[in-house]
Each structure stands twice: as structure tokens, then as C-alpha cells.
Design a protein around this ligand. Structure first.
Ligand code: IPE
Ligand code: IPE
Ligand code: MG
Length: 244
């Protein structure tokens, strides 16, 4: 229970393959995946995680067939309709990052309602990456900074890592913006345009299980793998504060 990562980011992958292996349509995998989000949220909150960021829909996922995209866009509404009371019970606050203005209005409303209904909660932040892409995120941040330079508010040589970090979609997470641990399920070992800046020194754990098969024990197993890693941040000894 010591050294629980403050911020865990998860690429929830393998819904479609899980369904296919069972002879079910891909959307059955997404449906089951939604239930697993509930389980994992409570598990992470119980472990004392401060921020759980879940990659739910990427800026590239629009390429999928219409019926799948439509189903995915309905999931947030179904998720929050049934789960907000439990989120409140567990003091979990919902946040969302991504280009939400491009989502169907119904999806936007469902997400916004959940953000508002849980706004007063002070426990774990459940941060959904929805229509999120890291390259687009960086471009948007750079555009904002360029505007400030144009307006004479800052000089180019005053742009620091901190400047950049405060113009990314994780800015509201403050000191927890960068995940210590990235988990990807389903055996794929790639980042797929997720948190490119923030993952600079994250530990990556790739699990072979598909997302619909995940549970609290698998989360604990991933955290244990993380705890046995030696984080050096370019130095030689393990960062002491990280051990506490
Ligand atoms: C992850 O599962 C969910 C989303 C990307 C929305 P996939 O739908 O990518 O499942 P696979 O990778 O095709 O099995
Ligand atoms: C990444 O998974 C996006 C989400 C989990 C939301 P994908 O299934 O879209 O990634 P690729 O296509 O395998 O790289
Ligand atoms: Mg996938």
C-alpha cells in the first residue's frame, strides 16, 4: 500500500477483440468495458489513487464504422446515469479532457452533468480522455502560447516546461498532471497518441488481458510491477521522494 502512484493513466484496449473471441459484436465489448470502468474506478479510489485518467475515445477513433462510433458516444450517458450516485458515495470527482465541443450534444450534456454533480467531491479525480489526442493537445497549447507572445504578454525565451504544462489539458490536475504509471491492456505496446508530453518519465506496464477482463487484482498487479521499477529521471539513484 506504500508508493501507490498518485496518477494512473490507462489505455483501455481490447474491447473489440474480447467480444470477437466470444462471438459477440464489438459493441458488446464496449458495453462490458463500461462495467469494468466502474469496478476499476472504485478499486483505484480505494487504493488512494489521486487521479485516474482513462483513454475512452481518441481523436482517431472517428475512423471506426458509424454504428460503433454512435454506440461509443452513447456510453457516457449510460455510464453516468447509473454510476453518479456511487461516484458521490466514494467522493470521486469527474473531469474530462479532450475536444468535447466536437462530441454529439447529448454526450456533451451527459458529461457536463456528471462533472457538475461531482464538482464538490474531494477524493479521486476520474479523468476521462474523450475525443482526446496528444498531438492536437500540444498544437492547441502552442497556439495559445503563440497568441500570448503576439500580444506581448511573454517573450519566446520566457517559455518554460511549466508554461507548456499549463497549456495542456492536464493543467487542471496541478501537481498530478504527469502520470507515474501508464497501463495498456490487450497486449499492444504503443502509446496511440496519448499524453505524449506527460508520459516523459512514466513507467509503462503492458498487460495481456483485454480491458473487459480487468479487475481490482489486475490493477494491483500492475501497481506492484510499477513499485518494483527503479525510476531514475536521468539521475543515478532512485528518487527518494518517490519511495515515500
Ligand atoms: C478500446 O477497445 C476501446 C476504444 C478504443 C474505444 P478497442 O475497441 O480498441 O478494441 P480492439 O483493440 O479493437 O480489440
Ligand atoms: C487507443 O486505442 C484509444 C483508446 C483506448 C480510446 P486504439 O485501439 O484506438 O489504438 P490503436 O488503433 O490500436 O493504436
Ligand atoms: Mg484497440
Amino acid at each position: 500500500m506504500q508508493r501507490i502512484p498518485h496518477h494512473i493513466a490507462i489505455i483501455m484496449d481490447g474491447n473489440g477483440r474480447w467480444a470477437k473471441a466470444k462471438g459477440l459484436p464489438r459493441i458488446a465489448g464496449h458495453q462490458r468495458g463500461m462495467d469494468v470502468v466502474k469496478t476499476m474506478t472504485i478499486a483505484a479510489s480505494d487504493l488512494g489513487v489521486k487521479v485516474l485518467t482513462l483513454y475512452a475515445f481518441s481523436t482517431e477513433n472517428w475512423k471506426r464504422p458509424d454504428n460503433e462510433v454512435q454506440f461509443l458516444m452513447k456510453l457516457p450517458g449510460r455510464f453516468f446515469d447509473t454510476f453518479v450516485p456511487e461516484l458521490i458515495e466514494n467522493n470521486v470527482r469527474v473531469e474530462v479532457m479532450g475536444y468535447t465541443d466536437q462530441l454529439p450534444v447529448g454526450t456533451q450534456k451527459a458529461v457536463q452533468a456528471a462533472v457538475e454533480q461531482t464538482a464538490k467531491n474531494t477524493g479521486m479525480v476520474l479523468n476521462f480522455a474523450l475525443n482526446y489526442g496528444a498531438r492536437a493537445e500540444i498544437i492547441t497549447g502552442v497556439q495559445q502560447i503563440a497568441e500570448q507572445v503576439l500580444a506581448g504578454q511573454i517573450k519566446p525565451d520566457q517559455i518554460t516546461e511549466q508554461t507548456m504544462a499549463t497549456h495542456l489539458m492536464t493543467a487542471s490536475l496541478g501537481e498530478y498532471g504527469d502520470p507515474e504509471l501508464l497501463i495498456r491492456t490487450s497486449g499492444e505496446e504503443r502509446v496511440s497518441n496519448f499524453l505524449l508530453w506527460q508520459l516523459a518519465y512514466s513507467e509503462f506496464v503492458f498487460l495481456t488481458k483485454h480491458w473487459p477482463e480487468m479487475d481490482a487484482d489486475e490493477l494491483k498487479r500492475a501497481i506492484l510491477i510499477y513499485q518494483n521499477r527503479h525510476r531514475r529521471f536521468g539521475g543515478l539513484a532512485e528518487n527518494k521522494s518517490d519511495k515515500e
